[in-house]
Design a protein around this ligand. Structure first.
Ligand SMILES: Nc1nc2c(ncn2[C@@H]2O[C@H](COP(=O)(O)OP(=O)(O)OP(=O)(O)O)[C@@H](O)[C@H]2O)c(=O)[nH]1
Length: 399
């Protein structure tokens, strides 16, 4: 009997201890939820929704607002990332003015300061010449501008600052040459056999000038203009280049054709990209290349092979040479080599922000005899603008 009572007391104590433990755990879990812990609350404990959203209503297993709204959104974001809407292209070059102003003394401001002096002496003309040379305009074009200005100042007797500005503007505009065709060939067209083929843009240039970045930005320009695009990652030399290109493309829904193997044959990747673009009926295929300039023969071989295999599928409509505006005369030497081996049809001048050497536009056009078609104005995704001579000269001259 005594034993029986002892067992009853032990049983009661055990029940009390277990009940206490369970109570503590429930309390702790309630406190965690009250503190906004990320764990999803049990459905029954979720607060009732005052106005359930339609997604809540269509989500059968998620009647509580907190979960119904948050969880499907997160899942959707993981499955289908939101595509970005690139900025409209028109008017982008107007940014150049602000960027040049931040990059130090703009060319135009220094030229205007000299030209506005009362009586221009030989020293003033020398200073003007030096300013143009420092801005990489090049010796030939600088001589032409100074000569033309000297004549007009003498003949027209220009003094007032607004007239001086207008004079300088018209001379700079003439030297940049508004008559050149700067349009990009990016439309489908009938191929040699009469069937429609995409425009093919091959992008060449030394590494580090901004080729891959420019192609990413160009894809956005094309998407903004409702063109369908395929990118070809034929820069198989730098392992990360294909990833970089793919990331750019995926942000605007543009596919990238690439090889899984580092160091794969660039011509084969270029060919696959154009073939895919053709099969999918897209408007334009843009092909990235490696920018090794170890020697001219090697470069010629590689670009020659890429060109040959691409043209089996569709003719090349543009060969864009990407040049870094901050490299000055070095850039001109590169331009010369690529001009000889790659049949360049247009120039993309990158990093024009942050340099007072805007004159390189003139020098490089003269050097290659092909127009600057696009300019890079920064590292932002939409910092690529079609080149427009008037907007460019206005940017150089500032306010
Ligand atoms: N400020 C500025 N930076 C730029 C511009 N264009 C490109 N860049 C930067 O230049 C650097 C090199 O760009 P990439 O596109 O990787 O150069 P790449 O020519 O493809 O180089 P490789 O793949 O090695 O041949 C990156 O940091 C870009 O953000 C521009 O217009 N302005």
């Amino acid at each position: 009997m005594k034993d029986l009572w002892l067992w009853i007391v032990i049983a009661v104590v055990l029940v009390a201890v277990v009940a206490g433990l369970v109570g503590n755990r429930v309390g702790a879990s309630r406190r965690r939820r009250a503190g906004g812990a990320p764990a999803a609350p049990p459905v029954a404990e979720a607060p009732p929704s005052p106005e359930p959203s339609s997604s809540t209503a269509t989500a059968p297993e998620a009647p509580a607002v907190g979960r119904a709204v948050a969880e499907p959104d997160v899942a959707e974001a993981e499955v289908a990332p939101q595509l970005e809407r690139p900025e409209p292209v028109a008017g982008r070059l107007a940014r150049l003015r602000g960027r040049l102003a931040r990059s130090g003394s703009p060319l135009g401001a220094r030229l205007l300061a000299v030209l506005s002096r009362d009586h221009l002496t030989d020293d003033d003309w020398d200073e003007l010449e030096e300013t143009l040379l420092l801005a990489d305009v090049g010796a030939g074009p600088t001589g032409e501008i100074v000569e033309a200005l000297r004549t007009r100042v003498r003949v027209e007797g220009v003094k007032d600052p607004a007239a001086v500005r207008e004079l300088l503007r018209s001379e700079l505009l003439a030297i940049v040459d508004p008559t050149l065709d700067r349009s990009l060939s990016t439309e489908r067209h009938p191929g040699p056999d009469g069937s429609g083929v995409p425009a093919v843009v091959l992008v060449v240039g030394v590494n580090g000038t901004g080729k891959t970045t420019t192609i990413g930005k160009l894809a956005r320009v094309l998407v903004a203009e409702d063109r369908s695009v395929v990118l070809g990652a034929a820069d198989t030399f730098r392992a990360a280049a294909a990833d970089q290109l793919e990331t750019w493309g995926s942000r605007v829904g543009v596919p990238t054709v690439r090889s899984d193997r580092d160091g794969a044959d660039p011509a084969a990747v270029a060919f696959d990209a154009v073939r895919q673009g053709r099969a999918e009926g897209v408007d334009v295929v843009v092909v990235d290349t490696a920018g090794r300039l170890q020697n001219k023969a090697g470069l010629m071989d590689e670009l020659g092979k890429i060109t040959r295999v691409i043209t089996k599928e569709a003719p090349l409509t543009e060969v864009l040479l990407v040049l870094d505006a901050t490299t000055g005369q070095n850039g001109l030497t590169q331009a010369r080599v690529f001009g000889e081996v790659a049949g360049v049809t247009g120039i993309v001048l990158t990093k024009l922000d942050g340099t007072a050497r805007g004159g390189i536009v003139v020098a490089v056009q003269r050097e290659l005899g092909v127009p600057v078609k696009l300019v890079g104005l920064g590292e932002g995704p939409d910092d690529l603008a079609p080149f427009d001579p008037e907007a460019f000269v206005d940017g150089l001259l500032g306010d």
